[in-house]
Design a binder for this molecule. Structure first.
Ligand code: SF4
Length: 354
């Protein structure tokens, strides 16, 4: 087991390393005595994923052992499966994939040179393609890459208009993409693999052993729920990031999955129901409306916890933090921006009553 497995625990080689080391997540969870560090890191992994959109350990000086980091991944998958809350699996998979994307794009730019920063185990493009069974579907073409059209369609189906096949150079069943676009497609491949079997069916004895951890997670999300204080819909006071996403949605652009999730979770968090979100987004046609409604229903559940949308740091990582203004300098979360803007503006007429 090495730091490559710790940084990319979804790789097949990481799973094999866990098996070869005779490490059984179920035994670690059910172990007697103090909570195993891998369980602790698993809880942190899920909390960070759902609240901050990343699974990186916080910058608090604490360092986790390689085996702890690797084992925390299957434990986090069990925890997120047990949460049984709308949007949790999707957001967790997106955060894992975003963190992996940040790491592999950095690794590809600075190949392994034995420096301590990577522990001598950075990931290469070829390794990632091989692990995902994509080495025959992706070929280098000068500075660009050719991607098998079936693979391209399966990975780019949720992307915007720029990714539609009619706008692409296609020959002999191969679509040309830039290096940055290939990295985007690989991010989606990672997200799909992570989400593939989730939620897992968790044996009852493991669920019982994780009871305390689940309560801990649920209370973190309740603390982070900003929606109780917001009951006014005033789109003109939205933070610039949400104004931009809303405008793209109204222009009938197909937003990337993470951006659509961000907008929908923001709107659900300020109390909008599915019909109000569709109306505000000016989505009327049945195909697009049905897809968005399904997304809203996954994100929003009026009976249980609503997960807050990502923080400013996560939006910055996604390139969705745009047109920052003065208020942005004072906040770390788009919901706080909106709360402050409402407070400062006193009485405003709700958009639903105009
Ligand atoms: S700083 Fe935060 S609130 Fe402002 S645009 Fe960026 S993500 Fe939105």
């Amino acid at each position: 087991m090495n730091s490559l497995h710790a940084r990319y625990p979804f790789l097949a080689s990481a799973r094999e390393a866990v098996r070869d080391a005779n490490l059984d997540p179920a035994a670690v969870i059910a172990g007697e005595g103090e909570r195993h560090p891998a369980v602790e890191r698993g809880v942190e992994r899920v909390r960070r994923a759902l609240l901050d959109g990343t699974v990186r350990a916080p910058d608090d000086g604490r360092r986790w052992a390689t085996s702890t980091e690797v084992l925390s991944y299957p434990i986090a998958r069990l925890l997120v499966s047990l949460l049984n809350a709308p949007g949790a699996v999707e957001k967790y998979a997106s955060a894992e994939a975003t963190t992996a994307y940040e790491r592999f794009t950095a690794d590809f730019e600075t190949p392994d040179d034995g420096l301590k920063s990577t522990g001598g185990t950075s990931l290469t493009l070829q390794q990632l393609l091989t692990d995902f069974d994509l080495s025959e579907d992706v070929v280098a073409r000068g500075d660009d890459f050719g991607v098998d059209v079936v693979t391209y369609i399966s990975l780019a189906s949720d992307y915007g208009d720029d990714w539609r096949l009619v706008t692409r150079q296609l020959s002999d069943g191969v679509v040309t993409v830039s290096q940055a676009e290939l990295h985007e497609l690989l991010r989606t491949a990672v997200e799909m693999r992570i989400a593939e079997d989730l939620p897992l069916s968790v044996p009852s004895e493991i669920a019982a052993a994780l009871d305390e951890e689940l309560s801990e997670l649920e209370s973190s999300f309740t603390d982070a729920d900003f929606s109780h204080d917001i009951d006014t819909l005033a789109p003109e006071l939205f933070p610039p990031c949400m104004t931009a996403l809303l405008s793209r949605m109204r222009d009938a652009e197909t937003l990337p999955s993470h951006s659509e999730f961000t907008l929908v979770s923001f709107l659900a968090s300020i109390g909008l129901d599915a019909n109000e979100i569709l109306s505000l987004c000016e989505v009327r046609e049945s195909g697009r409306g049905d897809r968005l409604r399904a997304r809203i229903e996954r994100v929003r559940d009026e009976r249980t916890t609503q997960f807050a949308p990502p923080s400013c740091a996560t939006l910055q990582a996604y390139d969705d933090c745009v047109n920052q203004d003065q208020r942005c300098e004072t906040v770390t979360h788009p919901l706080v921006y909106y709360e402050d803007a409402l407070d400062e503006n006193g009485t405003v007429t709700d958009w639903r009553d105009r």
